[in-house]
Each structure stands twice: as structure tokens, then as C-alpha cells.
Design a protein around this ligand. Structure first.
Ligand SMILES: Nc1nc2c(c(=O)[nH]1)N[C@@H](CNc1ccc(C(=O)N[C@@H](CCC(=O)N[C@@H](CCC(=O)N[C@@H](CCC(=O)O)C(=O)O)C(=O)O)C(=O)O)cc1)CN2
Ligand code: MET
Ligand SMILES: [Zn+2]
Length: 775
């Protein structure tokens, strides 16, 4: 490549698909929760407007040539899309009639997201293999779409007022339909995709409105195209984009995909009459580069090349990214530079991390730093010399990281290498273990338990904030936590639960809490990433080889057990979840890291056992979500996932009962792996899916014990004893009752004590009733 004269227009432009929404101080969370607590719509809208302006200014000042709009959301962008298309479930229409006031529109929006006292919210589920949750639109054969384009139009106008070139980002029609579900009461066998012909004209109207409002380009996101799709679905993709492209007055269309390779969908999109494609070239999607070359590229089209990893936090390898861009130049009419996906999935800015070791901070790139990487690469496309300095310092930092003692720990590596097949097997088969556990624990049939956490009250969080600020001493903090544990143990005894928990008050988060205590991890103080709605997490960063410094949970567990004669369940987060909800290393296979975490947890499990804890739960809620999007990659993932769990848990004696917990439905794809985990007891989400999982486990002849969650803890509703009895009875009808447990769906940390006390009492009553043979 040769240097271009500076007078020539730049070959490439820089852009992104989305930017974090919350603001530097999570202003959005406070504004939204403030509105829910009785604040005004004006206050909420003004904070939101200010944040949008701030984001656009940041993008502009960073040098981003074309900014995204409509990527902002008060709650979730799929919910926004459902509202934009008028796909509003009947129950929310009726519960919150929309009048002329702006408040009613907002109230209905939040009713769909969170439910009301009378109506259930829309279902929430994971956004592909990320830890972000979206709301699942509900459609039926009678759904009539009705366009309300006010949101993208307003956001477009805001950007144009700032003098910016803006590209509205809209969830595409195929993804919208495939991410939706049949509403309850829809015709048997109804498939949302069957509405595509009714939906497409609404997208046509939208395109026209955006065009009239001055949009030169629009981005239609079709991430479902990176999952396995049938030829029939791909034919629909072809037809719908042919129809949209035939619209008279419209912006140019770029179809975006991310997270995996496009596979067969690549050719379909390449042949479609849309003007551009945005493609992910990072991680498992790197294959797109070869695939694109193999089909001869997309001559005549714009390519937005996602060469910066939008889901991880490591400094990019600029040299490699630049080489990819140069290769791509020959495969498209024009190549623009971007991150692989919306920057929604990474924290805002490394500069908001004052406590981070500066050396480590220099290896990281959060959303704001990724903008710089994108802009640098964009300049580099015109001539490598223009970014020679950046390439050199980037290369140097990457070398320093790869050879840093913070990264490699030979002792850990030696222990990981020494792991043998025996370490991955319990001493005896389940039947023998169950016998010994029965004798030791003396539990009734249908034992009752909870999943671990009890309400994280404001007082608990205040104490922790005080500890951080130094206004609360470690001793005072520990006493506050012990007080909370006493309260939680007392409550459970009073209610009459069989297997108790300590309540997890000392944990800020089930992953971050452990990350803060393990070697090889670093935690952030401001690295918030939206999980759902107004809830955020701070995923820790796995930097180097992982090992345990000292026992992490044993003191709390021992204390809780000392307060009661009933068994107290020890509570740990499993290796897969410790990876899935963190930013992982990009310099070694995940299987390696998982094995190291498995070894660290194994030590903790054995220490808990020695401390007299007879029941130990190792949570793996992320096991399903981490399943690779493409089926071909699944077996190898499941192998290391199961092995790391076994490594953590299989060292205990027969009479120690191992539990695990998963709370995201859709277990069909991993039933085999669930069996292989060989946990004595597994608790699962079941209430929201009408206990279907029990049928599945029964037909898979699940050999160990199961606690299908009978209480959907995601909703503030208190289920009655009768309702819980019915759910339990339905489980008993399908699965051997001597291997069933009674428990909620998930932890209770987001619930209030009022609901918890009432529902758990109902749960105990229901279990008693079903034990006695009642209905
Ligand atoms: N990592 C992870 N991913 C997950 C889950 C999970 O539990 N963990 N569960 C599912 C998602 N569910 C979730 C449920 C709840 C929250 C949640 O409640 N988040 C809290 C933050 C939790 C936290 O980190 N709390 C810290 C810090 C709290 C905080 O914001 N403190 C204030 C001060 C608070 C005060 O003075 O009262 C501050 O630092 O500014 C603590 O307790 O110590 C929030 O958004 O508000 C997140 C996800 C799937 N993915
Ligand atoms: C998201 S799974 C949560 C499991 C954890 N033990 C809790 O009860 O909160
Ligand atoms: Zn859970």
C-alpha cells in the first residue's frame, strides 16, 4: 500500500452501531428508577435528551464520521421496536390506555417492560450469547402492525441539529420476527415469521419517513442471520430485502450482522439489492473474511467492517485489523471501519477507573477507547504511514502484556496440566451417594430450599458503599453482614424451610464478588454494562492465570451453619458463569481459563466440606447462554464446560450433596450436558414455562434430583399456596417424587422482604400439602 496525497478524500470513514446508554454516572438508571418512584415524565425525558446529546458529542469529538441514532433506549431496543411497530400485547393496551398525555405512552412502555399490579410483563430473555436481556415481542395471527416512527425521527433530528451525519439503527424485519414469540392464545403452530408480508410495508413506510427527514443511510440489524437458518428463512430474507430495496424514496440500506459468521446468509445478502453490509470480522466471526473473499466480495456495495471487538475490553491488535481492512478494500466498493457490534456490551471509559493499575489500564479499551481505535484505523486505511506511531505503541503494549508476570503463573499452569480423568468423577455413582446423603441430611420428600440470595436491601448496599468510602470499618461491615445472616437464618427457620442458605448479603454480585478475591482477575468500580432495563453489572476482567488466594466464602458459611441445626447450603459461582459474565482473555482458549477457575473453586468446595457444610451449590446460570450460536461449535464447548464444573465439584465425599442452579429456560439443547454435570440436585427455571422442563427431564430419564422452580421471582407478584401446590403436583405427576425438590426459580436479591416472606410460607405449605398427597 502506498501513501495517498493528503488532498484526496479519505478512502474510509469511521462509524459505530451503538454506544453505552447509561451515562458516566449511570444517570439513566437514576432517572428511570426516579420516574418509577413517582418522578415526572419531563424530568426523565430531559435526562434522556441530555444523555443522547452528550453521547453524540463524544462520538463527534472522537472523530466518528457517521454516528448511529435510535441505539439509545429508556429500557430496551427490542421493546422500542415492538412499540414502534405497534406490536403491543392486548393486556398492556387494556391495562394502560393511551391518552393524549406523553405520560400514558411512557407508562404503557414500562408496563410492557415490568408489568403492573394486574398484568404480567413481556418475557425477558438473553440477547444471543451476551449477558444483555431483551423483551420478547408477542405476536399472533391477528396482529396488525401500526408504525410510530417518532423515536428514530426525534433522535435523527437531534443529531442533525448538532450538524452530524447520522444513520438510524433499526432492528430488521427478519430478526424482529424471529426474536418474537407466539402470544398466548395464538393459533396452534402460529409462527411470527408468517407475518413478514404484513410487516414489510411498515418498514417501507419507516424508510420513507427517514428519507424525508434527511437520512442518507439506514442500518437494518439482522443478527439472527448468524444463527443456523433454513433455506426457507433465507428465501424470506431475500424477498423482504428485495421488496424494501424497491421502495421509491428511501435511504440507502446497510444490513448489519454480528457475533458470528454469516455462513449461507452471506451469499443471500451479497446478492440482494441493498447498498451495504456491516459484517463482524472478530472472534468466531473472523471466518467472514475468508467467506467474503470466496464469494468474490460485494462489488458495488458499501462494507462496514467490524474489525474492533465490540464485546471485549482488550486493546485491539491494530496491525492485524489494518491488514484485514486492506484485504477488504479489494472486496467492496468502499470499506468503512467500525466495532464488530454495538458498544453497549462494554463499559464506557477506562479513564473512569482510578483504582486500576495504570499498566493494566493501558492494555484495555472500553467504548470510548474503541472510538479512538476505529478512528485511527480509518486514517490508516489511506496510508499506514499516517498511523505509524499508533501502530508502534500499540504493538509495544501488546508485547508487554503478553510477557507480563501479571499474566503468567507457572504454578497454576502446572496444576492445570496435572488434572486427570479421576479428578472429573465423583467417587461413587449417584444412587450410592443419595443413600448416604439421605442418612446424613434426613430431609423429607419434596425438600424445600431457596436458590441463595435474599433481598439486597438499601441498608446492605449502604454498608458496602460505606466500607468502600472508609466511613464503615471492616469490623462494622462484617457485623452488619452477620446481623443480616442471623435475620435470614431466623426467617427461614420460622417459615420452616428444609435446606437453608446464608442469603449472600456480602456479595455485590455473584461473579464480581469472587473475581475480587481471585488472582488473575481485576474488577472495575465504574465499568457498568447494562444487563436489563435499569439493572447493570460490572463484569470483571480476567487478565492472567487464575488461582485462589485464600478461602472466599467459608467464614460466612460456617457462621450461618453455627446458627442452626438445619443444613445450610454453601454457595459458589461455577467456572462457566465466572467466564461468561466477565471479560475473558483473548490470549488463550476459554477451556484453559475455565480449568483454572475450576481448580480454584475445587479448593473452595473442599474447604467448605471440611468446615462441615454438607450441601454445596455451584451455580451455572450462564451455561446455556454461552452455548455457541452455531451448532457445529457446540460439542467442544459443552465438553470443557462440563469438565470445568466436574473439576470444581467432583472432589467431595459421597455424603456431601452437590447442587447446581440454572435460571434461563431453553434447556433442550443442553440436556445431555446437564446429565453429565452429575450434580446431586439441580434447580431450574420452570414457572414461566409452565413446568415444561419437567417433561423434558422425565423423557430424558434424568437420573438425579431436580428442583423445578415453582415461583417466578422475576415478577413482584406473590403466587398463592394453591398455585404453587398445583405446580408442584404437576411436577410430581411427571417425575419420581422422591427425586423432586420445591424451590423458587432463582435468587431473591431483587425482591422485597414482604413478598419473600409471604411466598416462601406459601411454598412450604404447598410442599406439605403435596407430600400429604393433596392437590
Ligand atoms: N454478573 C451478573 N450477571 C447476571 C446476573 C447476576 O446476578 N450477575 N443475573 C442476571 C441478570 N440479573 C441482574 C439482577 C440484578 C442486577 C442488579 O441489581 N444490579 C445492580 C448493581 C449490583 C451491584 O453491583 N451492587 C453493588 C454496588 C451497588 C451500587 O450501585 N452502589 C452505589 C451506592 C449505593 C448506595 O449507597 O445505596 C454506588 O456505588 O454508587 C453492591 O451491592 O455493592 C444495579 O443495577 O443497581 C443486575 C443483574 C443475569 N446476568
Ligand atoms: C442468576 S442465578 C443466581 C444464583 C444465586 N445463588 C442467587 O441466588 O442469587
Ligand atoms: Zn438464577
Amino acid at each position: 500500500m502506498t501513501d495517498q496525497a493528503t488532498s484526496q478524500p479519505p478512502i474510509s470513514q469511521s462509524t459505530v452501531y451503538g454506544y453505552p446508554r447509561q451515562g458516566e454516572d449511570r444517570e439513566l438508571k437514576r432517572a428511570v428508577e426516579g420516574y418509577w418512584a413517582g418522578g415526572t415524565a419531563e424530568d426523565l425525558q430531559s435526562v434522556a435528551r441530555h444523555l443522547r446529546q452528550q453521547r453524540l458529542t463524544v462520538l463527534r469529538n472522537a472523530g466518528i464520521d457517521e454516528v448511529p441514532v435510535n441505539d439509545f433506549s429508556l429500557y430496551d431496543h427490542v421493546l422500542d421496536m415492538a412499540v414502534m411497530l405497534g406490536a403491543i400485547p392486548e393486556r398492556h393496551r387494556q391495562a394502560v390506555p393511551v391518552t393524549d398525555t406523553p405520560t400514558s405512552k411512557l407508562d404503557r412502555y414500562f408496563a410492557m417492560a415490568r408489568g403492573t399490579a394486574d398484568v404480567a410483563p413481556m418475557e425477558m430473555t438473553k440477547w444471543f450469547d451476551t449477558n444483555y436481556h431483551y423483551l420478547v415481542p408477542e405476536l399472533r395471527e391477528s396482529t396488525e402492525f401500526e408504525l410510530d416512527a417518532s423515536k428514530p425521527l426525534e433522535e435523527l433530528a437531534e443529531a442533525r441539529e448538532l450538524g452530524l451525519r447520522a444513520r438510524p439503527v433499526i432492528l430488521g424485519p427478519i430478526s424482529f420476527l424471529l426474536l418474537s414469540k407466539a402470544a398466548s392464545g395464538a393459533r396452534q403452530g402460529f409462527e411470527p415469521l408468517s407475518l413478514v408480508d404484513r410487516l414489510a410495508p411498515k418498514y417501507g413506510e419507516l424508510l420513507q419517513l427517514l428519507h424525508d427527514a434527511g437520512a442518507g443511510w439506514v442500518q437494518l440489524d439482522e443478527p439472527v442471520l448468524v444463527t443456523d437458518q433454513s433455506p426457507q428463512v433465507l428465501a424470506q430474507v431475500r424477498d423482504v430485502y428485495a421488496a424494501l430495496a424497491a421502495e421509491q424514496a428511501r435511504p440507502k440500506i446497510v444490513v448489519a450482522s454480528y457475533f458470528e459468521r454469516l455462513g449461507d446468509a452471506l451469499d443471500v445478502l451479497a446478492k440482494s439489492p441493498v447498498e451495504g453490509l456491516a459484517i463482524d470480522f472478530t472472534g468466531p466471526a473472523a471466518q467472514n473474511l475468508t467467506d467474503l473473499a470466496a464469494i468474490g466480495g460485494i462489488p458495488g456495495k458499501r462494507l462496514i467492517a467490524g474489525v474492533i471487538d465490540g464485546r471485549n475490553v482488550w486493546l485491539a491488535d491494530l496491525q492485524t485489523a489494518l491488514s484485514a481492512l486492506v484485504t477488504l478494500l479489494a472486496l467492496a466498493d468502499r470499506v468503512d471501519v467500525s466495532a464488530s457490534c454495538s458498544l453497549l456490551h462494554v463499559p464506557l471509559d477506562v479513564r473512569l477507573e482510578p483504582d486500576l493499575d495504570p499498566q493494566v489500564a493501558a492494555w484495555l479499551s472500553f467504548a470510548r477507547q474503541k472510538l479512538d481505535e476505529i478512528v485511527t484505523l480509518t486514517r490508516g486505511v489511506s496510508g499506514k504511514a499516517a498511523i505509524a506511531e499508533e501502530l508502534e505503541s500499540n504493538g509495544a503494549l501488546r508485547v508487554i502484556r503478553s510477557t507480563s508476570p501479571l499474566v503468567r503463573d507457572e504454578a497454576v499452569r502446572a496444576r492445570a496440566t496435572a488434572v486427570g480423568a479421576d479428578d472429573l468423577r465423583r467417587h461413587s455413582p449417584y444412587a450410592q451417594r443419595a443413600e448416604q446423603q439421605r442418612r446424613r441430611l434426613g430431609l423429607p420428600t419434596l425438600p424445600t430450599t431457596t436458590i441463595g440470595s435474599y433481598p439486597q436491601t438499601a441498608d446492605i448496599r449502604k454498608a458496602r458503599a460505606g466500607l468502600r468510602k472508609g466511613t464503615v470499618t471492616p469490623e462494622q461491615y462484617a457485623e452488619t453482614m452477620r446481623e443480616e445472616i442471623r435475620k435470614v437464618i431466623g426467617l427461614q427457620e420460622e417459615i420452616g424451610l428444609d435446606v437453608l442458605v446464608h442469603g449472600e448479603p456480602e456479595r455485590n454480585d455473584m461473579v464480581q464478588y469472587f473475581a475480587e478475591q481471585l488472582n488473575g482477575y481485576v474488577a472495575t468500580v465504574n465499568g457498568w454494562v447494562q444487563s436489563y432495563g435499569s439493572r447493570y453489572v460490572r463484569p470483571p476482567i480476567i487478565l492472567g492465570d487464575v488461582s485462589r488466594r485464600q478461602p472466599m466464602t467459608v467464614e460466612w458459611g460456617k457462621y450461618a451453619q453455627s446458627l442452626t441445626s438445619r443444613p445450610v447450603k454453601g454457595m459458589l459461582t461455577g467456572p462457566v458463569t465466572m467466564l461468561a459474565w466477565s471479560f475473558v482473555r483473548d490470549d488463550q482458549p476459554q477451556s484453559e481459563t475455565a480449568r483454572q477457575v475450576g481448580l480454584a473453586l475445587r479448593e473452595e468446595v473442599l474447604d467448605l466440606e471440611s468446615a462441615g457444610i454438607g450441601v454445596i451449590q455451584v451455580d451455572e446460570p450462564a451455561l446455556r447462554e454461552t452455548l455457541p450460536l452455531r451448532k457445529e461449535s457446540r460439542p467442544s464447548y459443552l465438553r470443557w464446560a462440563v469438565d470445568s464444573f466436574l473439576l470444581a465439584t467432583a472432589g467431595v465425599r459421597d455424603q456431601t450433596q452437590i447442587h447446581t442452579h440454572m435460571c434461563y429456560a431453553d434447556f433442550e439443547d443442553i440436556l445431555g450436558a446437564i446429565v453429565e454435570l452429575d450434580a446431586d440436585v439441580i434447580s431450574l427455571e420452570a414457572a414461566r414455562s409452565q413446568m415444561e422442563i419437567v417433561d423434558e427431564l422425565a423423557s430424558a430419564q434424568y437420573p438425579n434430583e431436580v428442583g423445578p422452580g415453582v415461583w417466578d421471582i422475576h415478577s413482584p407478584r406473590v403466587p398463592s399456596a394453591a398455585e404453587l401446590t398445583e405446580r408442584l403436583a404437576s411436577a410430581v405427576a411427571k417425575f419420581p417424587s422422591d427425586r423432586l425438590w420445591a424451590n423458587p426459580d432463582c435468587g431473591l436479591k431483587t425482591r422485597g422482604y414482604g413478598e419473600v416472606r409471604e411466598t416462601l410460607a406459601n411454598l412450604v405449605a404447598a410442599a406439605q400439602k403435596v407430600r400429604a398427597g393433596g392437590q
